[in-house]
Design a protein around this ligand. Structure first.
Ligand SMILES: [Zn+2]
Length: 708
């Protein structure tokens, strides 16, 4: 296997040459030599196994409309100003901040390496997305502080250490099983983003040196796998043999030494109800499962992609909150109204789904990405992007409640300038730019794919390397229509792929005013391959419907003793009735909530607001009685309480006094008595809210009958 893999890039080139020659020979008599296939975004040394989509370089997709307003808030809030939030961000990878010995433990001084990695990853991508020279220069300064020093005798990006000094090797290995190397991978990710955006060879050289100088360098990382992906990317640009050796060693099944906590994710899990699984800290789960997708690209063994996808399917089955992110407070566990999701894991989830979307090409992963971004994304930060929570929960009534089992616990639910540990303060910078950058991707047949939606402009090559600009005018997800104008520099034939959201039953596609029949392929995309010219228009209409989903709050069955240790989680039966019943209301990709208005700041709720309602229903179909109200979008977007989209739903006052032990009434609420109309707004526009509602008997009965 080892020698085969090393040959892959050569085989790849050969294959193309042979193919070209063969075609030429067959048709030599009458035809000119056909052009060699050139993949616009192909890389010189990529292996034969290709991802479904190729990520475009940061900066190819620029946010517009409401999304641009939010990106600018991110820039003017945290992302452009992290040095002002804590001195640890000044220290992060600074040339004079060199931890050695036991100070390589994160809590003894090495934390800024993690924090810097997270922050720079967001800083680079936001800088390019906004084409903001100030942010790009800030990123360049910080990355050069490392790139100027990386050398073959260092240990990965820890350039001041010496790989030939046993003391240094021991210090890294004993710092929580190689934790500093995991932090190096976060920096590696930001460097690959910067290189893609800039083409800066100085950064590429640093990546090459860090990942090629030790054939066991990747394998030594015992906690999780932040490094293989940036190492793989670097290989595809350079063909460096040292990196190939390290990747071969990393994914060699026959080599012992990979920790059991990583090895378990090498194969897909069983999703059979009743199966038990030991859970894990969510940051480690995301960093330990997702990169098996890169093992698939490197080795060609599709079971690795199945493994990565399978573990994420398991996560969705057991832990997915209505907000689009899994329970992660800080370990994953069963759904609950007071279960938390750490902001690090909102960022990690957006990152992981972006990567899995590119490799698998599965539209359902794009659906997950949209749902997480539009709902959990805005709940992590205040409207001005200057304070954040460590944990968010589907229901929030007062500040510093509920209690969470880890990290800053109850304090973690509060919007503050920073939380200790600083992980979330750093990681939140990744959420917005990762989504924006991955809204469009390239394909190997030189097309472009609209993977996730929102107002934006993509500038990229398509067809025979023709520069194309596509503007997406829309208020999506706050409305249902996306108007695209396609502007190739000259007329050109190329395919455009459009993701059809999984929740949309009756999508419509119009090109230059003519209806086009949508053929949704197995992965949830439709393709239009034609000759495009400037002025062409594409109109996508995704009619949204109200969806009421019921489930059970099982928070009492989670690991709530505060200890950092795995708990056994049982994959629930499909129609399990264990736990308190709840319902959540969605419209398209947006989760809706009853807002408890925040008044003077994001931690002060309006105490006069009535919120003790059970969701009710009239008629024979759940959600059919819910009324949708629309208003114009505000001039400037900041996730306001006065939302442009509102739902009028029927609800019944109920006896409900939520506590950490009993977040929801144990049973459904009796049907007797009047129901009234209440107004819901998008979850992302609320700071205090109910989004997991108690239910009336009627709702439960309708839900049961719809399930059967
Ligand atoms: Zn965190």
């Amino acid at each position: 296997m080892k020698s085969q893999i090393q040959l892959l890039p050569f085989l790849c080139c050969c294959f193309l040459t042979i193919y070209g020659t063969t075609v030429y020979a067959r048709s030599a008599v009458k035809q000119k030599k056909p052009k060699m296939e050139r993949v616009n975004y192909g890389r010189p040394f990529e292996p034969l196994t290709r991802p479904a989509f190729i990520a475009l370089p940061p900066g190819a997709v620029e946010p517009e409309g409401w999304l641009r307003d939010w990106c600018i808030a991110a820039r003017d809030g945290y992302t452009g100003h992290m040095d002002e939030y804590d001195d640890d961000f000044k220290r992060a990878w600074a040339a004079d901040y060199k931890m050695t010995g036991e100070n390589l433990l994160w809590y003894k001084g090495a934390w800024p390496y993690e924090g810097g990695g997270y922050w720079f990853d967001g800083l680079v991508r936001l800088g390019y997305a906004l084409h903001d020279e100030g942010l790009i220069q800030q990123a360049k300064r910080r990355l050069y502080a490392v790139a100027d020093h990386v050398n073959p005798n260092g240990i990965s990006f820890l350039w001041w250490l010496n790989k030939n000094n046993p003391e240094d090797q021991k210090a890294v290995a004993s710092a929580l099983e190689g934790w500093p190397l995991w932090a190096c991978g976060l920096l590696g990710r930001s460097m690959t983003g910067y290189y893609e955006g800039s083409g800066d060879k100085h950064i590429l050289k640093a990546l090459e040196t860090a990942y090629s100088s030790d054939p066991d360098g990747l394998r030594k990382i015992t906690g999780n796998m932040s490094n293989p992906w940036p190492a793989f990317d670097t290989y595809t640009w350079t063909g460096n043999k040292g990196i190939a050796d390290a990747l071969n060693a990393m994914f060699d099944k026959n080599r012992p030494g990979l920790k059991p906590n990583l090895n378990r994710y090498r194969t897909a899990p069983s999703l059979k109800p009743g199966t038990t699984v030991a859970n894990q800290h969510m940051v480690e789960f995301l960093e330990g499962t997702t990169p098996w997708a890169v093992a698939y690209l490197w080795t060609g063994d599709s079971s690795y992609l199945k493994a990565a996808m399978g573990w994420h399917d398991l996560l969705e089955r057991v832990a997915m909150q209505p907000t689009g992110v899994p329970v992660a407070d800080e370990w994953y566990g069963l759904t609950g109204a007071f279960r938390g999701t750490e902001t690090c894991d909102v960022a990690g989830y957006v990152w992981s789904q972006s990567e899995l979307l590119a490799v698998s090409g599965e539209g359902r992963v794009a659906d997950r990405l949209e749902r997480a971004f539009f709902n959990a994304g805005p709940a992590t930060v205040s409207r001005d992007f200057k304070t954040h929570v460590y944990f968010q929960s589907p229901n929030r009534f007062v500040d510093k409640s509920p209690n969470f089992p880890h990290g800053p616990m109850a304090e973690g639910g509060s919007y503050q300038a920073k939380h200790l540990p600083l992980c979330c303060t750093a990681a939140l910078n990744r959420i917005v730019p990762y989504y924006v950058t991955n809204m469009w991707m390239a394909t190997y047949n030189n097309g472009l794919a609209a993977t996730c939606y929102g107002p934006c402009k993509v500038t990229a090559l398509a067809g025979d390397s023709v520069p194309v600009e596509i503007t997406c005018k829309t208020d999506y997800p706050f409305n249902e229509t996306i108007e695209m104008s396609v502007k190739p520099e000259k007329e050109a034939v190329f395919p455009l792929f459009f993701h059809i959201p999984g929740w949309c039953a009756n999508p419509e596609l119009n090109i230059n005013g003519s209806v086009i029949k949508i053929r949704r392929n197995a992965k949830g995309f439709t393709c239009v391959n034609r000759r495009w010219k400037a002025g062409d228009t594409v109109r996508l209409h995704f009619p949204m419907t109200v969806s009421v989903k019921t489930g059970h709050d099982n928070s009492l069955y989670g690991p709530f003793d505060g200890a950092h240790k795995p708990t056994l989680i049982t994959i629930p039966e499909k129609n399990s009735t264990q736990g308190a019943p709840y319902a959540s209301v969605s419209y398209g990709p947006l989760l809706f909530a009853l807002p408890i208005p925040d008044t003077k700041d994001a931690n002060t709720p309006d105490s006069t607001t009535k919120w003790n309602y059970a969701l009710d229903a009239q008629g024979k179909l759940l959600g059919a009685d819910i009324r949708v109200e629309r208003q114009a979008m505000p001039d400037k977007w900041d996730w306001p309480l006065s939302s442009p989209l509102k739902l009028q739903v029927k609800a019944k006052v109920c006896d409900w006094n939520p506590t950490s032990d009993k977040p929801l009434p144990a049973t459904s609420v009796a049907n007797e008595g009047q129901s009234e109309s209440i107004t819901l707004i998008p979850f992302g526009c609320t700071k205090f809210r109910v989004s997991m509602f108690p239910v009336t008997e009627r709702v439960l009965e309708l839900s049961e009958s719809e399930k059967h």
